[in-house]
Write a protein that binds this ligand. Sequence first.
Ligand SMILES: [Zn+2]
Length: 274
Amino acid sequence: MLFRQRAPARRTRAHPHESSWANYLEPWRTIEIASAVVPTVILSPHPDDAVLSLWHLLDGDGEVVVLNVFGGSPAGHHGDAWWDRLTGAADSVARVAERHAEDRAALAMAGREAVNLDFLDGQYRDAELPLEPVVDRIAQAAPEGLLLAPGALDRHRDHLIVRAAALALGARGREVGLYADVPHATVYGWPAWVSGEPPDPLLDPSVHWDAALAGTGISLRDLPADVHALTPEALDRKLAAVRAYRTQLPALEAQFGALGPEVLGREATWRLTP
Ligand SMILES: [Zn+2]
């Protein structure tokens, strides 16, 4: 049942008819079929990355698993907790609990819920995190389905680790794709080929993406992009979900600019394997 992340309220299910055993069993057959569907696995480094970057999947009808990779509680951590301090939290354990509550509220708006892996966010670590345990834990938590990893398009250290883990699994035959991890990916705005706007001759944000992918052998310019322009209704739902991350928004907007429709109204993914 691991892959049935969508809350039951979003599933259509026939009501059993009291007078017939055959009818009574029918709903359970429906559940069997649903659980066999191969999901898309969203690798969300932190609570909020999936909602910010892949709302079209969360808000859609497909099976989706959300793995918050750095979802551990930082009791006794050895990091500087700089982001928590920046965002007004003196107690990191309480803040992580608060962020998970925000995430549950945001994902619930799409009838979803996340699985939190227990790796510690970069601000709680004082040493490099070895990659192999992350690879193993992702493979164990989500053994099948397309893995969608953050492009780490602004080179955030936690996003880089998740991308590297996904690429390692891709090298072992797993289907892998990347997504533009908003708002990191859009620090210079969307490239014209994503936004659909006329190109600015004095600004090409894809150059920043090229630099972030240096050494991976991946060039997003050479891959077909799946660009999703959210409908006004879907965008409204996404904006409401994003607002649930109340403790994070002031710092994110101070760092990356306003998270308005120009940024959040588009999402982009690239498949790395056929
Ligand atoms: Zn993140």
